[in-house]
Design a protein around this ligand. Structure first.
Ligand code: ADE
Length: 416
């Protein structure tokens, strides 16, 4: 069963998937093993992920490993329709198309849950929250799930604290081979890619304001600096702010940055980071966009209230005219600019994130019934396996500890 935009796009989608496969060697190694061992035989996987060519490589790997897979999109605007078409004709139950309404988005999640999944893969936690709120009868048959993103891990930890989480969840986001790479290099590159594809502006010499200096904000700030922008960071956390200062960025409150910024990029995971009081003092022509999971970081509501007209001037670029005549440009409707206006993170980095996903699915199956409800870190062996395999595929060799070094590291006796 499937519901996609146009199955006629399947040939194009297959080419995209092939392209991603050629750049995801670790996941393809796992696929070869899964194809022989079939560790997912008899398991139904329900996934709510951005439907991209990289996600296609993951879900095809799970299917080749023996799973039945149902997939919907984790954002109404991020689905790559050609990829969805190719997957639909390849036996994946896909319920995804670009431009879903909120109702269609939740209907697609329900369609996935109607396949009675035993394992859930989520990006933002909407699937897992819907399971608990509306499909609790399926909880007993559910071995657990994986969460792909920071926002989702926060939500699930909140459920855990409130005693509402009823299944084990592996926080794939928090693996070192995920957040130190995907969140930093992936978000850094793909966010600028989205801004440039949407606007084609020159970054050199611009004042780029990055809100949030977590893994994602850091990646964005570094890459914007690399293209010649003057980067300003805003933060609420003193430690992260200090890191930004010592990484050489100017740090100031948003209300000050708002007066001088040309481009504003939010990556905080919080709401109303750019709001009326900031928009009030912005320069004519300022560009706003968001790289965080939900579309709450730039207050689109404030922008709507403050403006007298709105028009779409380019794909994914909306011009808001304020009462005093200033124009403010919002990219991708305030949704994830990297997945809406570009293609999300490059395959090479998703190779690591999605290898973690595949290995954590296998881990959940191997440990079914043994893990209590709660949010778990990715087992360190999985993290290290992903790093080792990635190095191997890159042709990079590293040193090994000598016996003496192992003994030294595990002792306290040696001193000055
Ligand atoms: N999140 C960010 N980039 C992605 C991609 N290329 N595929 C799936 N999820 C993503």
């Amino acid at each position: 069963m499937f519901e996609v935009r146009d199955v006629g796009l399947a040939d194009q989608g297959r080419l995209q998937i092939e392209w991603a496969e050629s750049r995801m060697p670790v996941l393809m190694m796992l696929r070869r093993r899964f194809s022989e061992e079939k560790p997912l035989k008899g398991v139904v996987v329900g996934a709510c992920l951005h439907v991209t060519k990289e996600t296609a490589v993951l879900v095809r790997t799970l299917k080749i490993g023996g799973a039945e897979v149902a997939l919907c999109s984790s954002n109404p605007l991020s689905c790559q329709d050609d990829v969805a078409a190719a997957l639909a004709l390849d036996g994946i139950h896909v319920y995804a198309w670009r431009g879903q309404s909120v109702d269609e988005y939740y209907r697609s999640i329900e369609n996935v849950l109607n396949h009675s999944p035993n394992i859930l893969l989520d990006d933002g936690a909407d699937l897992i929250v819907t399971l608990h709120r509306r499909y609790s009868k399926l909880i007993d048959a559910c071995m657990g799930g994986n969460e792909e993103t920071t926002t989702g891990v926060y939500r699930l930890k909140s459920m855990e604290r409130k005693g509402e989480l009823k299944i084990p969840i592996i926080a794939v986001n928090n693996a070192e081979t995920k957040w130190d790479f995907d969140n930093v290099y992936g978000t850094g590159q793909s966010t600028l890619d989205g801004i440039l594809r949407a606007t084609n502006i020159l970054l050199a010499g611009k004042n780029v304001v990055v809100a949030g200096y977590g893994h994602c904000g850091r990646g964005i700030a570094w890459r914007a600096r690399g293209m010649g922008a003057h980067v300003i960071v805003t933060e609420v956390d003193p430690i992260k702010a200090l890191k930004a200062v010592m990484d050489g960025f100017r740090v100031m409150p948003m209300i000050e940055a708002a007066r001088i910024g040309d481009i504003f990029i939010t990556a905080t995971g919080n709401r109303d980071v750019v709001r009326a009081e900031h928009i009030d003092v912005m320069r004519d022509g300022a560009i706003l966009c968001n790289a965080g999971h939900f579309d709450v970081e730039v207050s689109v509501r404030d922008l709507e209230i403050m403006s007298i007209s709105k028009r779409r001037v380019r794909p994914y670029v909306d011009e808001y005219r304020l009462r005093d005549g200033r124009r403010i440009y919002l990219l991708a409707e305030g949704r994830l600019v990297n997945l809406v206006a570009a293609e999300g993170h490059p395959s090479e980095v998703m190779d690591m994130s999605f290898s973690n996903q595949a290995l954590c699915v296998e881990y959940l199956i191997e440990n079914r019934g043994k893990l209590k409800p709660g949010v778990y870190d990715v087992p360190i062996e999985i993290d290290r396996t992903v790093a080792s395999l990635k190095l191997e595929t890159l042709g990079v060799r590293i040193d090994r500890l000598t016996e003496e070094q192992i003994e030294y590291l595990s002792s306290f006796e040696y001193g000055t």
